[in-house]
Design a protein around this ligand. Structure first.
Ligand code: PLP
Length: 792
């Protein structure tokens, strides 16, 4: 039961003054003016674009909060099972445009802002990205929040409120420089909950004692205590009042402000040291993508966040006064990767050490079985699957702990889900059976990645699929197949792509002062820079194209397909090879882009500081995008889905979700190349132990050009070349190079026939319905979480 704090007779006054949604532009304008003049303490004399953004987002936030409160009340009253999505990263991007679209009030805001003297695009551009993530994993969490709210599931996200998100990337003399991203100067999208705090302990010791119920429990004492403070971010669904909560924890010293004793004894500087040490925990996002290093602060972040989140989840559960055995009927916890694995042991600790349950009963709640009982005799198996690695020093295998403690394990695309069962988790399949392992292929939200990023295409699609319904049922895209031969439709389709390319060309001009021809083929690879993602293969291919063009006569050159090769992405600050790749791309660009022989035939662009907002501009402007990881290394990829959904084609390897994209759109609509994942191990073995590793002559020419100094000091790129030529070519660049070049030739041929190209694009978009994150969330809800949507 939930008691209202306002007694019945007084509630009438509350309903009389209930705050309503915007009915028209006047409502919006009134709110903007009020926020400018009161909340921001400004006036018409000093209301710049930044103030207009602040006031407009506050006007929308007011509406969001109302829906959010009602959603939370509805969920509390319904008292159904909830899902908690634990992710160390949420790569949300901007919130304002998304809020306007999800609340269905963007037109109202556009008109209102125009009357107040602003262009809505400028105001949207004022917002700082919420960049609390590295790449795909964090962006997936953000897409899932959008889908969970849109589908009316009772769901909360739990994460960390980093003071510094992923660093801002600057390119200076061709090198990446990292600049801190302090994004919290003004953030209207979060609500500090200074009353929602949890004290988290580190270090110290444990002794036996009694809890309030008289049960023998463990008492944790001493050590260090840090307080977690909740910050809540409302996350609206599309075309529904459901607004879920993302709760981010911020750390502060438990003792309050600072150490008064030190202060009074004259040690002023050190009096704030504890406070600073505590705040360090949530200060900065670790900037590594797909790599977890054993760092003490990282483990502290993980424990701080899962302990605060579980305390919160358990507190909510205990309010219902249910038996502990009902916990799994009320709570599903999703762990995004192995980062929150400590949640498994923390829940066991809460149940045993604090609540006084016996071990087996607690572990049954946490999961269902344990290894030793099933295979008492097989000590070899026991060693292999041990959660503790008997190394020097001993290590905890977080992934094993995650598998043992979880109810289901998902590999995020079919290939990867199969691979983990035959490789790293093979023994666990023997122990737990194959049922523990499942596949739910990743998806993306079409609201942000089509409706918001590509409004004209979204409108065109809506006009052919009976309105915006396709944004909530993406399979309706298949209706587009009916229009594949419709002249007018095709013309408009092509115009939209061209306009998106013009917009990107203008951006390139304004940021890099390079002219690119929007009629050229835009070939894009934007994602984290990583050897396994193989930007080095791409840039070697670009050099090959350049050398080939240089060898041609002017007449021959005229027959070639003009291209713009566009790169973007951040390298982890400590990842030296990745930084060399960025350096090579920039050096190649500075030679090629000013070569008069080449002109518009080839331009090489590196876009600085790739993030979600840039992705929203770049993806709709792509003709061809590159998803060319070594087979078996990319778990899924999600930008591949975004590019195809926006009417671009893909060049890719048989890896991750590329395989399922091919199955859906047809292999005639994708440019696949390269070795298959089942051959990778043998090839690696051959490179290392076989006869002399021979390098394809075309790739040798590329290496010779680099080593001959055509792209700057060759010493800078020795390591990139010798990784392929002398050190076993782990990522199989040499094996895939020739088929990569040949496939690019096929792309050029295909692009020449614009009519056929457009047909391929339209057919592909029509067949992308499967890749909505809504499909994905429904599969999780049904097959894993066992939760139902809550009727609105
Ligand atoms: N980084 C950003 C900013 C993104 O928006 C995305 C996906 O859209 C990714 C990384 C993931 O890209 P990929 O799937 O190509 O690794």
């Amino acid at each position: 039961s939930v008691e209202a704090s306002i007694p019945e007779p007084q509630r009438e006054a509350w309903t009389r003054h209930e705050f309503s949604s915007f009915k028209n532009k006047d409502d919006f304008e009134r709110d903007v003016v009020r926020h400018v003049e009161t909340t921001l303490a400004r006036s018409i004399y000093n209301c710049d674009q930044s103030a207009a953004y602040s006031a407009s987002s506050l006007a929308f936030r007011d509406r969001l909060v109302k829906d959010w409160n009602k959603t939370q009340q509805r969920q509390t009253f319904a008292d159904q099972k909830r899902v908690y999505y634990l992710s160390l990263e949420f790569l949300m991007g901007r919130a304002f445009d998304n809020a306007m679209l999800n609340l269905g009030a963007k037109d109202v805001a556009k008109e209102g802002l125009a009357e107040l003297g602003f262009r809505i695009e400028d105001i949207i551009g004022q917002e700082h990205d919420a960049a609390l993530g590295n790449g795909g994993l964090g962006r997936l969490a953000a897409c899932f929040l959008d889908s969970m709210a849109t589908l009316n599931y009772s769901a909360w996200g739990y994460g960390l409120r980093y003071r510094y998100g992923i660093f801002k990337q600057e390119i200076v003399d061709g090198y990446q420089i990292e600049v801190p991203d302090y994004w919290l100067d003004f953030n209207p999208w979060e609500f500090p909950r200074h009353d929602v705090t949890v004290d988290i302990q580190f270090y110290g010791h444990v002794s036996k004692g009694e809890n309030e119920a008289g049960k023998t429990v463990s008492i944790w004492e001493g050590g260090e205590t840090v307080t977690a403070v909740a910050f809540d971010v409302p996350t609206p669904g599309y075309d529904t009042p459901s607004t879920n909560n993302l709760r981010l924890w911020s750390s502060k010293a438990a003792s309050g402000e600072f150490d008064f004793q030190k202060f009074n004894s004259g040690d002023y500087e050190n009096s704030v040291a504890d406070q600073q040490r505590a705040e360090t925990i949530s200060a900065v996002l670790y900037p590594n993508d797909n790599l977890d290093r054993g760092k003490e602060l990282r483990v502290k972040q993980q424990y701080f966040w899962v302990a605060a989140s579980l305390y919160d989840i358990v507190r909510r559960f205990k309010k219902s006064e249910r038996k502990w055995s009902e916990f799994p009927d009320q709570v599903a916890i999703q762990l995004n990767d192995t980062h929150p694995t400590l949640a498994i042991v923390e829940l066991q600790r809460i149940l045993v050490d604090i609540e006084g349950l016996d071990w087996d009963e607690a572990w049954n709640i946490v999961t269902s079985t344990s290894v030793e009982k099933k295979f008492p005799g097989d000590s070899d198996l026991l060693t292999r699957v041990s959660i503790i690695e008997e190394s020097q020093p001993k290590m905890v295998r977080m992934a094993y702990l995650a598998v043992v403690g979880s109810h289901k394990v998902n590999g995020v695309a079919e290939l990867h889900s199969d691979l983990i069962q035959t490789t790293i988790f093979r023994d666990f399949v023997t122990i737990f059976g194959a049922d523990k392992f499942t596949n739910v292929t990743n998806g993306i939200t079409p609201r942000r990645w089509l409706h918001q990023a590509n409004p004209r295409l979204s409108e065109l699609i809506a006009s052919k699929t009976d309105g915006n319904g396709y944004l909530k049922d993406l399979t309706l895209l298949n209706k587009l197949e009916l229009y594949v031969d419709n002249k007018e439709f095709r013309k408009e389709w092509a115009e939209i792509k061209y306009a998106n390319k013009v917009r990107l060309a203008k951006y390139i001009k304004s940021t890099l002062n390079i002219n690119v021809n929007p009629a050229a083929l835009f070939d894009v690879q934007v994602k984290r820079i990583h050897e396994y993602k193989r930007q080095q293969l791409n840039i070697f291919g670009v050099i090959h194209r350049y050398l080939t063009l240089k060898d041609m006569s002017p007449e021959e050159r005229k027959k070639q397909q003009p291209r713009v090769s566009i790169f973007g992405g951040k390298a982890a600050p400590g990842y030296w090879m990745a930084k060399q790749i960025i350096h090579l791309i920039n050096n190649v660009g500075s030679v090629v882009n000013k070569d008069a022989d080449i002109g518009d035939l080839l331009k090489v662009i590196f876009l600085e500081d790739y993030n979600v907002s840039k992705a929203e501009m770049i993806i709709p402007a792509s003709d061809l995008s590159e998803h060319i990881s070594t087979a078996g290394t990319e778990a899924s990829g999600t930008s591949n889905m975004k590019f195809v959904l926006n009417g671009g084609l893909i060049i890719g390897t048989c890896d991750g979700a590329n395989i399922e994209i091919t199955r859906e759109i047809g292999q005639e609509n994708i440019f696949l190349f390269g070795v298959l994942s089942e051959d990778v191990e043998n090839l690696r073995h051959e490179h290392t132990f076989g006869q002399q590793h021979t390098i394809d002559p075309d790739l040798t020419k590329v290496f010779d050009a680099i080593q001959g100094g055509r792209f700057g000091d060759p010493k800078d790129f020795n390591a990139l070349i010798s990784a392929v030529r002398d050190h076993g070519d782990y990522y199989l660049v040499s094996d895939d190079f020739q088929s990569y070049i040949d496939t690019h030739k096929a792309v050029d041929e295909a692009y020449r026939n614009q009519e056929e190209w457009i047909t391929m694009c339209i057919r592909s978009v029509a067949r992308m319905g499967f890749f909505s994150s809504d499909r994905c969330i429904n599969e999780y809800a049904e097959g894993i979480w066992n939760i139902e949507p809550l009727a609105v």
